[in-house]
Design a protein around this ligand. Structure first.
Ligand SMILES: *Cc1c(COP(=O)(O)O)cnc(C)c1O
Length: 429
């Protein structure tokens, strides 16, 4: 697919595999699910990427959702340049860290107090540590198909039954480490009720819109139901909004669905495309964190000036231009409608699911509400769709279980991109 034989990308990839696992720094970048080898990127601008081979692609990976404005947005570049000139890291407080925390609190009011960390993985692991400390309970509930980073307690494949105790998903994770992780079915409150009843649960952690099994919206009543059940059982509700934060609405999924968690994890958009993330929430809970409280959590580069500059510039732009969310919604709705119509008229089984600026085309199932349904997708048809889109000049996330991420910069190319994807669907029919 992607790179032509003996393209520059292929040459770089051959070098890469000698010195890096799979030739990459994060597994999905190896493009294993779609065959071939990945293109190497020389640069990005707005909605487009240029590969080292000179190919020009409209990008919907969008740094896996970390970018919501566009590549190399002048405002962000300027902010990072200016910060770099002042010094790349101090390990002593800066004003901008206060400014970003205040702005996040403004945009996501349930976050009264927050801590910056370096990745979504750290944010979720830290939030769970706080929840366990504050409740004095060991258990966590997570949902099959939801991804919360690669910390040990979350690397659990769900058993077949509901609320079964998980087996580790990866060698190297001791069974004991996941022994307190209870797996429930997304959009299935009964499984949660059982898990809460049978175990000492500190927290229910959920992607309020699942995005890591492809886009699976919460069914009506699911998120409010979790809120009620947590309140009744004394468990905390953690929204992992690393993907949905500042994306499905300015205030994230909690604003869109009007359900307020106790703790929230943020990443991706808050980073402006740099290594940065955060967790935060109710002040009484966050005061458990050192040095206010006894829960240890730290980071040499947390709140790094370059990362904070990029994040702050991004959030300010979103805060001051809330109409961006209307534009993303309109672009997303248009694409959703066109792709679903193309599936239908071409007799291709499948469905398009979308929330705001996240969209997935599932080939096969007519509707996906949970992982057991997502896992039935036709992976071969997806791979063919991916390759056809690439030939049309559109770069999709190279996995059937990921979302396309819309950016503000897509506005100028959305019709062209949609036509290309419609043509890609026709070619796999
Ligand atoms: C991406 C993601 C993470 C992990 O974030 P990293 O920065 O990759 O560690 C956690 N949770 C969700 C919902 C994510 O989408």
């Amino acid at each position: 697919m992607a790179a032509e034989p003996r393209s520059q990308s292929t040459v770089f990839y051959e070098r890469a595999v000698n010195v890096m696992p799979g030739g990459v720094n994060s597994p999905v970048r190896a493009f294993k699910a779609v065959g071939g080898s990945p293109p190497f990127i020389a640069s990005g601008s707005g909605p487009r990427l240029t590969t080292v081979d000179g190919d020009d692609l409209i990008d919907f990976i969008s740094s896996w959702g970390a970018l919501i404005l566009g590549h190399a947005e002048p405002e962000i570049v300027a902010a990072v340049e200016e910060a770099a000139r002042r010094g790349t890291s101090f390990g002593v407080p800066t004003v901008q860290e206060v400014e970003i925390a205040e702005l996040v609190s403004d945009m996501v009011p349930s976050i009264e107090v927050m801590r910056l960390v370096n990745s979504g993985t750290e944010a979720t692991a830290s939030a769970v540590r706080v929840a366990r400390a504050a409740t004095g309970r060991p258990g966590i509930v997570k949902f099959e198909g939801c991804y919360h980073g690669h910390a040990d307690p979350f690397l659990v494949k769900a058993g077949s039954g509901a609320a079964t105790l998980g087996e580790p998903d990866s060698p190297g994770v001791p069974v004991a480490t996941v022994g307190d992780t209870h797996i429930c079915r997304f959009n299935d409150l009964e499984t949660v009720a059982r898990a809460l009843e049978e175990n000492e649960i500190a927290a229910v952690i959920v992607e309020p819109v699942a995005g890591n099994m492809g886009v699976v919206p919460p069914e009506e009543g699911f998120l409010p139901g979790l809120r009620t059940m947590c309140d009744e059982s004394g468990a905390l509700l953690i929204f992992d909004e690393v993907m949905t934060g500042f994306r499905v609405a300015r205030g994230g999924a909690q604003e869109r669905y009007q359900v307020i968690p106790d703790l929230t994890c943020l990443g991706k958009v808050i980073s402006g495309g740099t290594p940065s993330a955060a967790y935060g929430g109710r002040a009484d809970l966050m005061r458990w964190v050192a040095p206010d409280g006894p829960v240890y959590q730290a980071g040499t580069l947390a709140g790094n000036p370059l990362a904070v500059a990029a994040g702050l510039a991004t959030l300010r732009h979103l805060h001051e231009n809330p109409e961006i969310y209307d534009v993303l919604e309109i672009m997303g709705a248009g694409m959703e409608e066109a792709l679903q119509a193309s599936l239908d008229t071409n007799g291709v089984k499948g469905c398009v699911q979308r929330v705001g600026a996240m969209l997935t085309v599932f080939f096969g199932p007519g509707r996906v509400g949970s992982w057991d349904e997502a896992s039935t997708v036709d992976r071969e048809t997806f791979a063919a769709f991916f390759s056809a889109a690439y030939q049309e000049g559109v770069l999709l996330p190279p996995s059937p279980f990921e979302a396309l991420f819309l950016m503000k910069a897509h506005a100028g190319v959305i019709d062209q991109a949609t036509e290309a994807l419609v043509a890609a669907i026709e070619s796999v029919a």
